[in-house]
Ligand binder design. Structure first.
Ligand code: ZN
Length: 404
């Protein structure tokens, strides 16, 4: 695990002292899903609620957003992320087409809308252009999924060619995403991995979030999703598997051997009832873990990190599970929240800092400030946030760069 890189310092005489941490990286985002918050917390009386029923509601929202609404949603999400201490975000972006499923005149219009939102708000961005081909292992896209469609590998390559000049590789970076082994045929996986390698793109993919996906993949391909990814040469030190909730030992072996990263999204996984990942096993094997707020039901890196450790405790009936060699939890949580996330997004964290107000009530009568922040903190203790040495949040509020 990374050594902690934190400084505790005192600012000008007018301010209280503060604790300065590396910025947090939000490795997995679908910005538009922020608009679902508070609207999907009512069970339909006629059927059990689940990830799959939530997904139907999510599609309804996705299909109601025009290009301007998508950009406004991204700006709202990125501002809230910055105010919560996230200085970088990985946008796993699959809403490529217009509401009726036809292509926009500019085929990369929605990707550029997210890029503008990141530039305007000041957050560091890796835009993960997502490939989405079919509705499931044995079915085509449904009408509700037609905005997501990528029709050919050539279409993906063209989009990457068109997008590449728009990213500076420092504050903004382009990446590639494969939606899942459900949504992308096996024969596409190898060529997409090759494309990512050839263009030096970080590669992200959802895998094994739901038991049903694992069962369907086993039935169809004779392999779990993770072992299918291994067989198709998708796993690598520049690949991030998102969720990885339902893993067997051979899946863990494949992730460990390939040095693949795993992005956990504990608040979303809890919201969706996905299951409890094998956190202790992932950590013991040295698999690099990072965090994402995914559906943005909650935007709070402290909550994600605390939930990961608490889930590990609830699963093992032990305390202090995600620890370093000394038995301390904070160094692991800090690496998950920052360095590992930046590695996943292939972004440079230099100049990205979060300053916590040590005058906040939270820190009264506490011991180690870093351990207190990482295990008991919340965005309300954030005073200032800097991205690339630029102040973007002051006194806990975003400094609007572009009010468009
Ligand atoms: Zn996701």
């Amino acid at each position: 695990m990374m050594a902690m890189s934190s400084t505790q310092s005192t600012s000008s005489a007018a301010d209280s002292s503060y604790l300065s941490l590396e910025g947090f990286a939000n490795s997995h985002s679908h910005a538009f899903q922020r608009l679902l918050r508070g609207q999907v917390q009512q069970r339909d009386p006629n059927r059990a609620d689940s990830f799959w029923t939530w997904r139907d509601r999510m599609y309804q929202h996705a299909n109601a957003l025009d290009l301007d609404a998508l950009e406004r949603a991204a700006r709202l999400t990125y501002v809230e992320c910055l105010e919560s201490g996230y200085t970088a975000i990985g946008e796993f972006h699959y809403l490529h087409r217009d509401i009726d499923g036809s292509p926009y005149a500019d085929p990369i219009a929605t990707s550029l809308a997210h890029l503008r939102a990141a530039r305007d708000t000041g957050i560091r961005l890796t835009l993960l252009f997502c490939v989405y081909v079919r509705g499931g292992f044995d079915r085509p896209l449904s009408p509700a999924q037609r905005r997501f469609e990528t029709r050919s590998l050539d279409e993906v390559k063209r989009a990457i060619d068109l997008l590449s000049p728009h990213f500076d590789g420092r504050r903004t970076r382009l990446g590639l995403a494969i939606h899942s082994v459900r949504a992308v045929p096996r024969e596409w996986l190898g060529p997409l991995a090759e494309l990512a390698r050839a263009r030096d793109l970080p590669l992200h993919i959802h895998a094994s979030e739901q038991k049903r996906e694992v069962e369907e993949c086993l039935a169809r391909e004779g392999l779990t999703p993770v072992r299918l990814l291994a067989a198709e040469d998708i796993l690598s030190p520049t690949t991030t598997v998102v969720h990885a909730t339902w893993l067997d030992d051979a899946d863990l072996d494949a992730l460990e051997r390939s040095r693949t990263l795993v992005a956990l999204c504990p608040t979303t996984e809890g919201d969706l009832g996905d299951g409890i990942p094998r956190l202790q096993d992932l950590h013991r094997r040295g698999i690099r873990l990072c965090i994402g707020s995914d559906s943005h039901a909650v935007i709070d890196p402290f909550a994600e990190l605390r939930a990961a450790e608490h889930l590990a405790r609830l699963a093992t009936l032990e305390r202090c599970v995600l620890t370093d060699a000394t038995g301390a939890v904070a160094p692991t949580l800090q690496a998950m929240g920052s360095a590992n996330g930046y590695s996943s997004l292939r972004l440079d964290a230099r100049g990205d800092r979060v300053h916590l107000d040590l005058g906040a009530r939270l820190f009264e009568c506490t011991g180690d400030h870093i351990a207190t922040a990482l295990t008991s903190g919340h965005p309300g203790i954030i005073s200032r946030v800097e991205v690339d040495h630029e102040l973007v949040v002051d006194h806990g509020r975003h400094l609007i760069r572009n009010t468009r």
